[in-house]
Design a protein around this ligand. Structure first.
Ligand code: SF4
Length: 189
């Protein structure tokens, strides 16, 4: 990853370089100051692999969660998972980054936010989000939505990346959110 992702720049990096699956979780967390377990896993392991330093990661989650709970509750019930994701406590497991295939295999319930928007969102929510991110270029939106209809979800995400950041068009297709960020950032250099 060419740019270090820190608590200072994470909002800008998310807006410019996160794929929709992670941008959605990031924005949801900023708005609600809370995420359910599967979402914390999807976003937390991603943060580790985009290279957010351990100390920044601790600040990032704490600043959000302590807006809706006491610091004591957070330290007692929540921080362990984030330390565990970074391999610092417990079994010191080194989690691998989630692939798109894995994220798309999840079955998020209606009130859950994890998963892949190209696969799991209803058509009108996805269209609205694509329009918000890409502007109202009808042909671009159609191209992406055609791929979604054909169930080529990773293809749709690759197309979205190329429209959002045209310099990424020449690179190999992505197969994970972490690859997405890397390609999006590299194409900016
Ligand atoms: Fe995320 Fe992969 Fe879905 Fe893109 S295709 S939104 S990177 S899970």
């Amino acid at each position: 990853i060419p740019i270090e992702v820190t608590t200072d720049n994470v909002d800008t990096v998310a807006e410019q370089h996160y794929p929709l699956c992670m941008l959605h979780l990031h924005n949801y967390l900023r708005r609600n100051h809370h995420l359910k377990y599967d979402c914390k896993m999807q976003l937390g392991i991603f943060l580790k692999w985009v290279g957010m330093p351990y100390e920044d990661m601790l600040v990032f989650w704490k600043e959000e969660f302590t807006q809706v709970m006491t610091e004591e509750k957070y330290e007692k019930e929540y921080v362990y998972l984030f330390k565990h994701q970074y391999g610092k406590v417990g079994s010191k497991l080194q989690y691998k980054p989630y692939t798109c295939e894995r994220i798309q295999s999840f079955t998020p319930a209606v009130n859950q936010e994890h998963g892949c928007p190209f696969k799991h969102w209803d058509q009108s929510s996805l269209s609205a989000k694509l329009e918000e991110e890409l502007g109202g270029d009808y042909e671009q939106l159609q191209d992406i939505e055609d791929l979604v209809r054909e169930k080529h979800y990773v293809g749709a995400c690759n197309k979205y990346l190329c429209y959002k950041n045209p310099a990424a068009s020449s690179s190999e297709p992505i197969a994970s959110p972490n690859e997405y960020v890397q390609k999006s950032m590299l194409s900016d250099l």
